[in-house]
Design a protein around this ligand. Structure first.
Ligand code: ADP
Length: 879
């Protein structure tokens, strides 16, 4: 059975097959299940990971949200804390954002205005006012404006608004940020400040007026004290009395200069110091100031030298008085604080443009010096190097403070270098406008004298600055020049030059030199046949001028007073280079025509009316306009006659004095210009001539209808250029047709030497009289002097009578008249007459007698000097 079982392999039946198949399928299913299971696990894993990620992201988002909320809150806090209104309006003018400040501005909760039309919050009135700016911002342009608005709650506010457009990438405007700043409070403050400033200014004005009045009040009795002491000193006094009187005089002078300093300083402090804008000759102003101070230097045996850069332009516009003031202070200090040695004044051109120039002026001394630790304070008010200065040297310590402010007002600065016991050097700069007036002839030097070009000149001076100065002046004149510092060296140079067949033509010798002085050197030269033919010029100080006879005896052909001025040097050289020139001068009776007298000039003959009551000014105007310029001139001496003339005569131009009897210049002009005018041409050009020269006068003249303004004393060039300007502006002449006549050649200095020696400082400046007023014409000079000598005594007597009769009105007008007469000749007399004129004007006649006695003395002296000068001119003119 078993075998059977073994041997007989039974055929699988269908059931088995089924089972096998099922088993197989089961296994397959099991495998699939296994795979699915694994997929599920992987999916589960992935899902778990995603869930974690999602959770993390969620957390991050929450954090970001928190941060966003925080920063939005911060932004809100910041914008809400700002005092300005910040908002955002979309392009439909709907408010999308507004900070808290708007609430206070509107007086309502923000929710009532946010997301609403802007017009709703601000009100129709305000919106309409702002509309143009809002529209502009919406067009994409940033806008800023200031305005006042009344808000719906009734409050009025002043604000500044800024609109900053918000543009997308295509530069389309999506809306704009609006910033409003409430400046109402600031405006109130501004108003308060303005009122306070006005009040302060009024107080300061009152204060400075008080100081000015006080100083004037003090000055009047001071002038009395000084004047009377002067008179007292001129009487017979014993030595003690004389000493006492001298102390009174010195103290009076010191007090007066102190008052002047304080007055200036208080004016500067109050910002009321006036600066003039006048055309003036810069080089001459510097040289003249130095010259005036030279006497003071000489009295202390100090040598004063002044060197002006020949390349410095002459004609500038500025305030010559203020320049002089600074120079006088610096030179005065240099003299005061120097016991021996010299004072050098050097002016150089620091820089220039077409219209401006900067000059640097140095005042150098060999005095006590200033310790370095005190230099800083020097320019502060009331500061001196040490307290003993006042005891030893006097002074207020105000001078440098004033100078510093003045220099700053002149566009410059001031500095000091100093070594104790060796000396100080003060430098300052000043900026001036160049006077580029058309057709203005260059006056300085008055045409470089051709005849001296090429002359070989030797200069002997122990002062190195002066040697340098002569080198540069002579180089300018194209004269080959050599210098020596003493007589021995000079003798050697003269001899060598002769041996080399290249002798010097002129030798200029300083009077005072160590070892061999100028006179001794001259004698050596004259005694030496080889070199004796050279021409000698002596350079001497004012006090040595008395040695003129000695100089002549020693063989000098000319002498120059120190500090030597360029113009004097040129004139002196010209004269000695060509002695024939003295006889070759034009005949006085021949009208003064020059090579520039154009035929066109006389073809354009003009009819000019001069209304002027002063005989000297009449004469001057006539000479300049008729004799020099060739025009037809009619003279009247009051406004009434001027109108009568203009009613029936053709006329091209009127020159009108302001202060005249019968009808003054301003009233006359008003009548000419007025609608009821009776004159032929109510638009006729009128130029004012006035000696008032006060601030505001020009404006008054122009307001009365005048076309131009000419300050007196009349200066030839100013007269010509004003006439030219006005007539060419009016198209009456072509501007090139009315050339400014070239000045006459300056008169020879032949006679001047002796006159100059006698003239007290400031009384009469020959040079400026001749060049400024007399147009460099000796003939005009003579005529003016003749007129003066003819009329001055009566004019002076009229002033004296007014003082005697205590008649302020008469004093005012008579002194004004006399001032006009003396103004062309003498600054000193002019100023003294002005004092009397002002006394008359003030109605308080105290001090008038003293001022009169001063003025009389000055005018008498002036008459004497002018008589002498006229004689010299006459002698010069005689062939
Ligand atoms: P004041 O001369 O009236 O005292 P300043 O302001 O002109 O006033 O000068 C102030 C001070 O500066 C003088 O007191 C003097 O001590 C000093 N100082 C000015 N210039 C010089 C100078 N050239 N040399 C020495 N010291 C000077």
């Amino acid at each position: 059975m078993e075998t059977h079982r073994h041997n007989i392999k039974p055929e699988p039946d269908e059931k088995d097959l089924k089972i096998r198949q099922l088993t197989h399928e089961y296994k397959k299913l099991q495998q699939e299940l296994e795979l699915t299971n694994q997929g599920m696990i992987a999916l589960h894993h992935e899902l778990t990971q995603k869930a974690t990620l999602l959770e993390k992201e969620n957390e991050a988002r929450k954090k970001a949200e928190k941060r966003l909320i925080k920063s939005r809150d911060q932004l809100r806090l910041i914008t809400d804390s700002l005092p300005v209104l910040i908002g955002y309006l979309d392009k439909n003018m709907i408010c999308r954002f507004m900070n808290k400040a708007w609430e206070e501005w509107y007086g309502t909760d923000l929710s009532t205005v946010l997301n609403k039309k802007f017009s709703q919050g601000i009100g129709t009135h305000g919106f309409n006012k702002m509309r143009p700016y809002l529209d502009r911002a919406l067009s994409g342009r940033p806008v800023r404006h200031e305005d006042t608005l009344q808000f719906p709650n009734g409050v009025k506010r002043v604000f500044t608004a800024h609109y900053i457009p918000h543009l997308d990438d295509a530069r389309r405007c999506l809306g704009f940020v609006i910033l409003l700043e409430n400046i109402t409070q600031m405006k109130f403050m501004e108003q308060d400040l303005r009122t306070a400033k006005d009040q302060a200014e009024a107080a300061s004005l009152a204060k400075s007026e008080f100081v000015a009045n006080m100083s004037h009040e003090i000055r009047t009795p001071m002038n009395g004290i000084i004047g009377m002491t002067d008179l007292l000193l001129a009487t017979a006094l014993d030595d003690t009395q004389k000493r006492y009187a001298q102390v009174v005089k010195q103290s009076g002078d010191a007090l007066l200069s102190l008052i002047n300093d304080i007055l200036d300083f208080s004016k500067i402090e109050a910002g009321r110091l006036d600066f003039e804008k006048l055309p003036f000759d810069l080089k001459t102003a510097i040289e003249d100031t130095a010259e005036l101070q030279s006497l003071k230097a000489e009295s202390k045996n100090l040598e004063l030298a002044c060197m002006v850069d020949p390349g410095l332009p002459d004609q500038v516009i500025g305030d010559p008085g203020r320049l002089r003031q600074v120079l006088v202070n610096l030179i005065g200090n240099a003299i005061k604080f120097t016991h021996e040695g010299q004072i050098d004044i050097i002016a150089v051109l620091e820089g220039q443009t077409d219209s401006y120039l900067k000059v640097r002026i140095t005042v150098k001394d060999t005095g006590i010096g200033i310790p370095s630790n005190r230099r800083e304070q020097l320019f502060l008010a009331f500061s001196q190097v040490d307290a003993s200065t006042t005891r030893k040297y006097g002074g207020t310590g105000l001078g440098l403070a004033i100078s510093k402010r003045l220099v700053e007002m002149m566009g410059g600065d001031i500095q000091v270098d100093s070594v104790v016991n060796q000396g100080s050097s003060f430098h300052f700069t000043a900026v001036y406008e160049k006077n580029n007036a058309p057709n203005k002839p260059d006056k300085s030097p008055p045409s470089v004298p051709r005849k001296i070009q090429g002359k070989r000149i030797l200069v002997v001076d122990d002062n190195p600055l002066l040697r340098d100065m002569f080198r540069s002046y002579l180089a300018f004149l194209e004269c080959p020049c050599d210098v020596s510092e003493n007589g021995h060296e000079a003798l050697l140079k003269l001899k060598t030059a002769c041996r080399e067949n290249n002798p010097f033509h002129i030798i200029m010798i300083d009077y005072v030199m160590p070892k061999m002085d100028g006179i001794a050197l001259a004698r050596e030269i004259r005694n030496d046949k080889e070199i004796g033919s050279v021409q000698l010029v002596l350079m001497a100080s004012q006090s040595q001028v008395g040695d003129a006879a000695l100089a002549q005896e020693s063989g000098f052909s000319a002498y120059l007073t120190k500090p030597v001025k360029r113009v004097s040097l040129f004139e002196c050289l010209e004269q000695i280079s060509n002695p024939a020139s003295q006889t070759a001068r034009p005949d006085g009776d021949v009208p003064l025509t020059t090579r520039h007298t154009l035929s066109e000039f006389s073809e354009k003959k003009l009819n000019i009316l001069v209304a002027e009551d002063n005989p000297i000014n009449q004469e001057l105007a006539y000479e300049l306009l008729h004799t020099v310029a060739g025009h037809h001139v009619t003279m009247v001496d009051n406004g009434g006659d001027a109108i009568t003339f203009l009613e029936s005569n053709p006329c091209d131009l009127v020159l009108m004095d302001i202060q005249m009897p019968v009808l003054d210049g301003l009233s006359t002009t008003r009548l000419i210009r007025g609608k009821d005018s009776t004159v032929k041409n109510p638009r006729i050009p009128i130029i004012a001539m006035t000696a008032h020269a006060m601030k505001g006068d020009k404006e008054k003249c122009l307001a009365a209808g005048m076309d131009g303004y000419l300050p007196k004393p009349i200066q030839a060039e100013e007269l010509f250029s004003s006439v030219l300007k006005i007539l060419s502006e009016r198209g009456i002449i072509k501007s090139d047709a009315f050339a400014i006549p070239e000045p006459e050649h300056p008169v020879s200095t032949k006679g001047v030497k002796t006159v100059e020696a006698k003239i007290p400082g400031g009384l009469f400046d020959k040079q400026s009289f001749l060049s400024l007023h007399a147009h460099n014409s000796p003939r005009i000079a003579m005529k003016l002097i003749e007129m003066f000598l003819k009329h001055y005594a009566n004019a002076l007597a009229d002033v004296a009578a007014a003082v005697e009769q205590k008649d302020p009105k008469a004093l005012n007008s008579k002194a004004h008249f006399l001032k006009g007469m003396v103004g062309n000749f003498s600054q000193l007399a002019h100023d003294q007459a002005l004092v009397l004129e002002q006394i008359g004007g003030s109605k308080d006649l105290s001090g008038s007698r003293e001022s009169l006695s001063q003025l009389s003395r000055t005018v008498e002296q002036l008459a004497w000097v002018l008589t002498e000068y006229a004689t010299e001119l006459e002698r010069d003119d005689t062939p």
